[in-house]
Design a protein around this ligand. Sequence first.
Ligand code: SAH
Length: 215
Amino acid sequence: MIDSYKHKGLRKQLIAVIKEKGIKDENVLAAIEKIPRHFFLDSSFIEFAYQDKAFPIGNGQTISQPYTVAFQTELLQLKKGEKVLEVGTGSGYQACVLLEMGVKVFTIERQKSLYQKTKIFLPGIGYNPRMFYGDGYAGLPAYAPFDKIIVTAGAPFIPEALIQQLKPGGIMVVPVGDDIQTMITLTKVTETKLVQQEHGSFRFVPLLEDKADGK
Ligand code: SAH
């Protein structure tokens, strides 16, 4: 796969677009400018890679819109070295953005074929998050607690296990709702005090509860 000057130029334009839409965090913008998003799309969609749009990645799933990736990443207020759990690995693009932010990434995907595809693909382009096949509702208790948690599928409610796996002082960013989701940040101020804030409407594929599909 080739990352040409043309691709780099298109990424610069994409950065201008998402800046215009309100993304300010320079580290987030730098991460998106660095990652060749066209590597993540089926070849038939490559010309669309640097439009600010979501795209199909197979198995009925999507790679999130760059603005949405940037917005969720900005809300996490990441600091280098933090431990971050991502629910919904999908194409792995968001995981790469997190890695470029200098954090340790643990990511879960519940569709086996997608998990297997991404597990081979990401190291091949130089990104190595810890990848797990499993159910995001359960999180990763063996690796908890996490400084930050990002859910990249629409959750009907905030999974209790994920709240438990957040460190005190930690932040979870999760789109909550069925058809349309409200972006929510849940801050675990102390072990017993949670603060929730809303950040507008988004549309994600659903966080699926049936985990026994075996696919
Ligand atoms: N972060 C991804 C976009 C993910 S789309 C990217 O950057 O490309 C949402 C993903 O969540 C899909 O891959 C879907 O299969 C996965 N998913 C849905 N329900 C899940 C669950 N219960 N646990 C883990 N992953 C889940």
